[in-house]
Design a protein around this ligand. Structure first.
Ligand code: PLP
Length: 368
């Protein structure tokens, strides 16, 4: 039997009737944009994430963009970003005319290496955007300490790590204002595009609310040049149902990761995910590394096992960022990760038997 990279079957079966009645309720109410479902979801997500405010927006990229806009990021400002991340983190910076300044990751956790931050700080640096990559919390204590020392803000990109924590504090609650994504494949996924900003700041929350809705608090009165980036009622209604299951689904992901660790730990030439002291990992992705990555992926494809590469080209090597003139080899760790990483099937509901099948195929290939 084929094993897909991602299947939503088990999640969807568990909540199908609840989701469909929530959708029917919204359909019948005939109120579709910014209403009581969005308000309720914002309250419930704030409780989940231990923040004073959640502001629902259209997607994760907008959540980051609006966060930076609310902090007053301007053309020419420098913002520290990981050299190895999904392009969205960089794009949010670029939208405001600011400059993404890459910092390399810790080679074991793949998250922003706090010891490399200070070397990247200049007089123009305004803030730091840690990304809790693949679902593991960054070393937030050190990152927040460097930020405080240099008077910088922090915006967490929490798109992959809803429910992860560092020293007991949840990701998405450290930075002044933080973004997350509910893209369908994320740990908490909508049935379309959706995202949110989380913050404890009264003023920042009010700014984001205004920015997401045409720069307006009172209908037809516009205070600032805002955006149309609203979370719709249908997505909010679905997210409310799925949020109640998220802790259980996260526990299932962690169990799947434990199976992978068990069945892959003895394989030579294969690096498994490592979790830092104090951090938790919610395994949005289960990423292994091997020098024979491309051949391994091909072998797994032939065995009907789905895999993906997160990410094949680091942002500084993308055509979109050719103007940065970052030479090949400028960020060697990011390039090494791009060349060797492979994401194995991971979703709540994948069985131990399926994990064994994947692990056996990986082992057979690498030990042949
Ligand atoms: C998915 C993702 C985003 C963007 O979210 P969208 O909802 O797709 O706009 C941003 N950053 C990271 C790290 C992501 O994985």
């Amino acid at each position: 039997m084929a094993i897909p990279f991602l299947s939503l079957n088990s999640q969807h079966t568990a909540v199908r009737s609840e989701v469909l009645s929530a959708i029917a309720e919204v359909y019948d109410k005939q109120w579709y944009v910014l209403g009581e479902q969005v308000e309720a979801f914002e309250r419930e997500y704030s409780i989940f994430n231990h923040t004073n405010y959640t502001i629902g927006v259209a997607n994760g990229l907008d959540a980051l963009h609006l966060s930076l806009a609310a902090l007053g990021v301007q053309a020419g400002d420098e913002v520290i970003v990981p050299s190895n991340t999904y392009i969205a983190t960089w794009l949010a910076v670029s939208y405001l005319g600011a400059v993404p300044v890459p910092v390399e990751p810790d080679p074991l956790t793949y998250n922003l290496d706090p010891t490399r931050l200070e070397a990247a700080i200049t007089a123009r640096t305004k803030g730091i955007m840690p990304v809790h990559l693949y679902g593991q919390a960054c070393e937030m204590s050190l990152i927040m300490e460097v930020a405080r020392k240099h008077g910088l803000w922090v915006v967490e990109d929490n798109a992959q790590a809803q429910g992860a924590s560092f020293n007991g504090q949840l990701t998405g609650s450290f930075g002044q204002v933080n973004g997350t994504s509910f893209y369908p494949g994320k740990n908490l996924g909508a049935i379309g595009d959706a995202g949110a900003v989380t913050t404890n700041g009264d003023l920042l929350a009010a700014k984001i609310r205004t920015l997401r809705n045409y720069g307006s608090q009172q209908k037809y009165y516009n205070e600032v040049i805002g955006y149309n980036s609203r979370l719709d009622e249908l997505q909010a209604a679905v997210l409310r149902v799925k949020l109640r299951q998220l802790p259980e689904w996260t526990a299932q992901r962690q169990q799947v990761a434990a199976y992978y660790h068990q069945y892959l730990s003895a394989v030579e030439g294969l690096s498994l995910p490592k979790v830092a002291d104090g951090a938790t990992h919610v395994y949005h992705l289960y990423v292994v590394r091997t020098a024979r990555r491309d051949a391994l992926q091909q072998h797994l494809t032939q065995a009907n096992i789905g895999t993906l590469i997160h990410y094949p080209v680091p942002p500084h090597r993308q055509q979109a960022y050719a103007h940065l003139h970052a030479p090949s080899g400028a960020y060697p760790l990011a390039e090494e990760l791009a060349a060797t990483s492979l994401s194995l099937p991971m979703w709540p509901g994948i069985t131990e038997a399926q994990v064994i099948e994947v692990a056996t195929a990986v082992r057979n290939f690498l030990q042949a």
